[in-house]
Design a protein around this ligand. Structure first.
Ligand code: GTP
Ligand code: MG
Length: 138
């Protein structure tokens, strides 16, 4: 079993879709073993997306992620990192497969409803940014 880090982004909370997204996550066999609703500060968002800081959309991305509350999650399951990337669908919802979260709910490449870690190594780093061990209950 493996853990990954997930964020239900502001476009999900604004449209009251957190339960609908969680239903897709759970139907895919991933367990939500940690979950908290927070409003990210600018510093938190900049740190979280630091790898993208040279990209032209970085400012827009930080503004989006701090616009409304988000739900941060720890998901657990077999091959959770790869499995969740599958369930999320392509970054650009226009390219996302049928039945994926981004195909079902996302509005644009920027406002694409969810984040999921891209490796087990990054998952551990990202989980540690938002959760202590006591707040993850498997
Ligand atoms: P994450 O799970 O959020 O990391 O998405 P990803 O791994 O599918 O995409 P990537 O890491 O390449 O980009 C991170 C995030 O930046 C995306 O999820 C989008 O929210 C945003 N992003 C990526 N490309 C663009 C773009 O061209 N324009 C805008 N506005 N945002 C973008
Ligand atoms: Mg990414």
């Amino acid at each position: 079993t493996e853990r990954t880090f997930s964020i239900l982004k502001p476009d999900a909370t604004e449209r009251n879709l957190t339960g609908a997204v969680n239903a897709v996550i759970e139907a895919a066999g991933l367990r939500i073993v940690g979950q908290r609703r927070i409003h990210m500060s600018q510093a938190q968002a900049e740190k979280f997306y630091e790898v993208h800081k040279e990209r032209p959309f970085f400012g827009e991305l930080v503004e989006f992620m701090t616009r409304s509350p988000v739900v941060v999650q720890v998901l657990e399951g077999d091959n959770a990192v790869a499995r969740y990337r599958e369930v999320m669908g392509a970054t650009n919802p226009a390219n996302a497969d049928e039945g994926t979260i981004r195909k079902l709910f996302a509005q644009s490449v920027g406002e694409n409803t969810v984040h999921g870690s891209d490796s087990a190594e990054n998952a551990a780093i990202e989980i540690a940014q938002f959760f202590t061990d006591a707040d993850i209950v498997g």
